[in-house]
Write a protein that binds this ligand. Structure first.
Ligand code: NAD
Length: 502
């Protein structure tokens, strides 16, 4: 698609991107539907396993080309900056497209696109400034510790925040000098395909980036291929574990950004106005379809009833609506099947003795009839042991739990297989930090929630994943650390000399 055609209202062609060319994928044809009304966006012809073979060949050629492999880091950085500018230039289009594809509010997708451009710029700066080391040595030896590209990276992303997940992998991988084969989810491939078009127009050497929408068979083909030197995955824990098993057998590095069931904690001294706004945002933004959703809310018993009352009242005022309305706070779910899964979780919570305080149903009215909407839902009277407290629901469903003291709170917050994030609301920052140290989580937010920066590492503990994205280490993860010893004496090794004298 030419740049002139890239405007809200137009969908990327039905083509996958391999070696600098767009073509129809050899895999299944998938309908992309607008979650707000179920209308057809476009049909995407996904990739086949043969397409993966072609993408690998293109990546191999690109990596061998001096136009890429001989580039100094600041030249690679220039490519990233160009891509960042191109994302910015197409900001409106990309945001619109991601909203059409996922149902997220335009307000949210606009922020996500901006942050994708920022991530590219951040890694341009990292590529330019990251240093290698001359390590201490003895005698005539000069010893170096260098970081070199791995080669071909297999990147697999979920449907919930495509542009953010894609760029979090593409930017550091390219900054490090690799080629990337990106496989977005068949539920939301459109932004990734538009990103391919935008990257193509910057003139980045062909084959460095391929974009192959597809399902499990394309993903597992990537994971199993001996040419893939690192697998980076964002998605659910079940699939992540399968990928880790294959990576373990192949002995290739893998990073896994997986699911969560994150606790949010309201301490007795919390500012309740701030906490209320933060809790609502933490669980109901993105309709709860967020790995870091604050889905278990622990409230100190001294405020439980007051806070519950305010929370339910405020939840009732949230605007559930069309993704393109500026007023909308809770937009539709990504897919009709995913809403059905959330409905099954709520039914299960009721079977477990949960009491639905608000929501627990689809909104009513003509505006909602054709979309995949679900009301923000709060459930209480469950214990932390209930299945709905243990498992990720990935929808707008908050479980409310009272707590009495820090020790039982910490035990319960940590009594979960996930360890992605935690929110603490308290005026006592020192106390909140001390509490945060005892919670098993990759990120702890204090008096805020869902805040990010490209320079701050992100990742999970336990079943929430392995490894960290973002920050300097986020680029190092795409590099091989190699040591060099150079003998500056030009003298034969003493072992050889003594041999000569025999
Ligand atoms: P998913 O695990 O079903 O799929 C993720 C990706 O893996 C998709 O592209 C899918 O096609 C692919 N895939 C499926 N089976 C595969 C296989 N056998 N081999 C290789 N690839 C395969 O997840 P989803 O439903 O798309 O996304 C939701 C999940 O992602 C949630 O659990 C959420 O918590 C998680 N997530 C985590 C983070 C994080 O940073 N920790 C961020 C966003 C989403």
């Amino acid at each position: 698609m030419s740049a002139e055609l890239r405007a809200p209202g137009v969908f990327p062609g039905d083509a996958i991107y391999i070696g600098g060319h767009f073509r129809k994928g050899g895999g299944e044809a998938v309908e992309s539907l607008f979650p707000a009304d179920g209308t057809l966006n476009t049909i995407v012809h996904c990739a086949s396993q043969e397409d993966v073979t072609d993408a690998l060949k293109a990546a191999r050629a690109a990596l061998a080309d001096p136009a890429w492999c001989d580039l100094l880091p600041h030249r690679r950085a220039a490519w990233l900056s160009r891509i960042a500018d191109a994302i910015d230039k197409n900001k409106e289009y990309l945001a619109w497209l991601q909203s059409r594809d996922t149902g997220k509010t335009l307000r949210e997708t606009t922020i996500l696109v901006g942050s994708a451009a920022d991530t590219m710029r951040y890694y341009a700066a990292v590529a330019e400034t990251a240093e290698e080391a001359i390590t201490p040595s003895r005698g005539p030896y000069l010893t170096l510790s260098r970081f070199e590209p791995i080669g071909i990276i297999g990147a697999i992303t979920p449907w919930n925040s495509p542009i953010a997940s894609d760029v979090q992998k593409l930017a550091p991988a390219l900054a490090a000098g690799n080629a990337v084969i990106l496989k977005p989810s068949p539920w939301s491939p459109l932004t990734s395909l538009a990103l391919a078009q935008i990257i193509d127009e910057t003139g980045l050497p062909k084959g460095l980036v391929s974009v192959l929408p597809g399902g499990a068979e394309v993903g597992s083909r990537l994971v199993e291929d001996p040419e893939i030197g690192r697998i980076v995955f964002t998605g659910g824990t079940t699939v992540g574990r399968k990928i880790a098993e294959v990576a373990g057998k192949r002995l290739v590095p893998v990073s896994l950004e997986l699911g969560g069931k994150s606790p949010t904690i309201i301490r007795p001294d919390a500012d309740l106005d701030l906490a209320l706004a933060g809790v609502l945002f933490g669980i109901f933004s993105s309709s709860g379809q967020s790995c870091i959703a604050g889905s278990r809310l622990f409230v100190h018993r001294s405020l439980y009833e007051t806070f519950r009352e305010r929370l339910v009242a405020a939840t009732g005022k949230l605007v559930v609506g069309h993704p393109f309305s500026e007023r909308t706070q809770v937009a539709p779910m990504v897919h009709v099947d995913h809403r059905a899964a959330v409905e099954r979780w709520v039914a299960r919570a009721k079977e477990e003795g949960g009491k639905v305080l608000i929501g627990g149903a689809r909104p009513e009215g003509a505006d909602y009839d054709d979309g995949y909407y679900y009301l923000p839902t709060i459930i209480e009277s469950l214990t932390n042991e209930a299945v709905c407290c243990r498992e990720e629901i990935f929808g707008p469903v908050l479980i409310l739990l009272p707590y009495d003291d820090d020790e039982t709170l910490i035990a319960q917050a940590n009594d979960n297989r996930y360890g992605l994030a935690c929110g603490i609301w308290s005026k006592d920052i020192i106390g909140a930090l001390a509490l945060g140290r005892r919670i098993t989580a990759g990120t702890v937010w204090i008096n805020t929630y869902k805040q990010f920066s490209a320079s701050t590492p992100f990742g999970g503990e336990k079943d929430s994943g392995i490894g960290r994205e973002k920050g300097l280490e986020g680029m190092r993860a795409y590099m091989v650390q190699k040591s060099y010893y150079i003998d500056t004496s030009q003298a034969p090794h003493p072992w050889a000399r003594s041999h000569e004298t025999d």
